[in-house]
Design a protein around this ligand. Structure first.
Ligand SMILES: Nc1ncnc2c1ncn2[C@@H]1O[C@H](COP(=O)(O)OP(=O)(O)OP(=O)(O)O)[C@@H](O)[C@H]1O
Ligand SMILES: [Mg+2]
Length: 451
């Protein structure tokens, strides 16, 4: 499951030929590090993380078994495989009681070495998976369909397919609800990292004071309240993709720290000096004009250029109105499936009305509307009159001036009365309690088409 070269192994043995024969057996598949004695091994492990340690028992400065608790104190998740001479088999077996996971017997049988190491790697991978499941971190969701026929959105689909296999950093910009997260997931799902974690960090939702620990993790006691060792999202995302949502909300200090990770491809947990290698694809998103924020010194220019390697800009829904009928149909089908009911239909007048609306909350707003009309309308056919007033459901962030909202409501209300009266103006005016002439002038003023 883990990508080919991402597991790292520390080989601790004082005999050169032992180190070399292990190197020959394992170097094709793993990143290897060497230490010749206990002190060197501990110093290395203090400064850098590895997944597995192959630990000789007879070391010049100590008994390898004594090192097990020290290694585990630094990182409880490390897998330790003892290396023992045939005549000393018993010590190897005993070491397993003290926390070692397995043992290898010298002289080595190469296939056996490979099999035992592969088993430890698998165990480590499974541990990571359990962790991800426990923390509900999206592993690889089933591919969500992206709907769109508009030429601009089709360009985006092609762009996703082109850039997904590369390792380049992606910056997705677009208004709220345009599908930035969906695009990020699509890139991950179509990349070579699809089987590895996809981790979302919502930069706007995490308090500034917690952000550093959220990203980098911490060691027990690193700050007040840090009661145990905790990996950060970067560590969890290793070998996979990290999605930095609303990146514009990162403080300038965190921007600098993130830049360092991108440049050096290494980071450390808070309160430690152990470097962790970062094998992470970064996808960032923002609903702001990041370049404008750079001009205002609110976003670091160097970070902007580091992120904007592969840019994707999602057009707002009002600039691709031709997609509105397709999206409506798509969500009507989704909700019917979810509720186990037949798919509802919208009348042409209702579709036309929805296609004319500005959708300040973009696709998310449209999706919410469909959910709402599916839930509250028992009928199979949804008419204009069944639609809630659209101005009222606009997201508060984008609320329109009262006059505009009132007009939008009037327009929809009159259209629905006309629809109910089958286009008969006198009847519609009667239903609305206004004079026929008032209705005619309102129709003109509000640009209501004859139906
Ligand atoms: N082209 C599309 N086809 C189908 N569903 C879409 C499309 N674009 C967006 N959606 C859906 O709309 C909703 C909002 O999309 P998403 O969360 O990706 O937007 P966003 O740009 O990240 O928004 P925000 O800036 O508010 O976080 C999601 O449920 C997503 O599945
Ligand atoms: Mg989002």
């Amino acid at each position: 499951m883990t990508r080919g070269h991402s597991s790292s192994i520390l080989i601790v043995d004082d005999e050169k030929y032992v180190r070399e024969s292990l190197r020959m057996a394992l170097e094709d598949h793993y990143v290897l590090h060497m230490a010749r004695n206990g002190a060197e091994a501990l110093a290395f492990f203090e400064s850098r993380s590895v997944d597995i340690i192959l630990l000789d028992i007879m070391l010049p400065d100590t008994d390898g078994r004594r090192l097990i608790p020290d290694f585990k104190a630094i990182d409880a998740g490390v897998e330790i495989i003892m290396v023992t001479a045939l005549q000393d088999l018993q010590s190897g077996i005993e070491a397993m009681k003290n926390g070692a996971q397995d043992y290898l017997v010298k002289p080595f049988d190469i296939d056996n070495v490979k099999a035992i190491v592969a088993r430890a790697v698998k165990k480590k991978t499974l541990q990571k998976e359990v962790f991800l499941l426990k923390h509900e971190i999206g592993h690889c969701r089933p591919f969500e369909t992206m709907v769109g026929q508009n030429p601009e959105i089709k360009k985006v689909f092609r762009m996703i397919a082109t850039i997904a296999p590369s390792e380049g950093t992606v910056l997705i910009q677009g208004e709220s609800g345009t599908g930035k997260e969906l695009v990020a997931r699509a890139i991950h799902n179509q990349s070579g990292r699809a089987q590895n974690p996809f981790v979302v960090i919502n930069c706007a939702a995490i308090p500034v004071t917690l952000m550093e620990s959220e990203l980098f993790g911490h060691r027990r006691g690193a700050f007040t309240g840090a009661s145990r060792d905790c990996p950060g999202k970067l560590e969890i995302a290793n070998t996979g993709t990290i999605f930095l949502d609303d990146i514009d909300s990162l403080s300038i200090k965190m921007q600098a720290k993130l830049l360092r990770v991108i440049q050096q491809k290494e980071f450390e947990r808070l309160g430690t000096h152990r470097l962790i290698r970062a094998d992470i694809r970064i996808i960032a998103s923002s609903n702001q004009d990041l370049l404008a924020l750079v001009a205002q010194n609110r976003f670091r220019q160097d970070l902007y250029y580091r992120l904007n390697v592969l840019p994707i800009v999602l057009p707002p829904l009002r600039e691709r109105r031709d997609d509105i009928p397709f999206l409506l149909k798509h969500f009507l089908q989704i909700y019917a499936k979810r509720n186990g009911t037949p798919t509802k239909q919208l009348t042409p007048a209702a579709i036309e009305h929805l296609a004319a609306y500005d959708w300040p909350g973009n696709v998310r707003e449209l999706e919410n509307l469909v959910e709402r009309i599916c839930t509250i309308n028992p009928e199979r056919t949804i008419r204009l009159g069944n639609l809630p007033p659209l101005a009222a459901i606009a997201s508060p962030k984008h609320q329109r001036p009262l006059r505009e909202a009132t007009q939008a409501f009037e327009k929809q209300y009159i259209e629905s009365a006309l629809e109910a009266a089958n286009g008969n103006k006198t009847e519609a005016a009667r239903r609305l309690g206004i004079h026929r002439n008032t209705l005619l002038s309102k129709t003109k003023e509000l640009g209501i088409k004859k139906s």
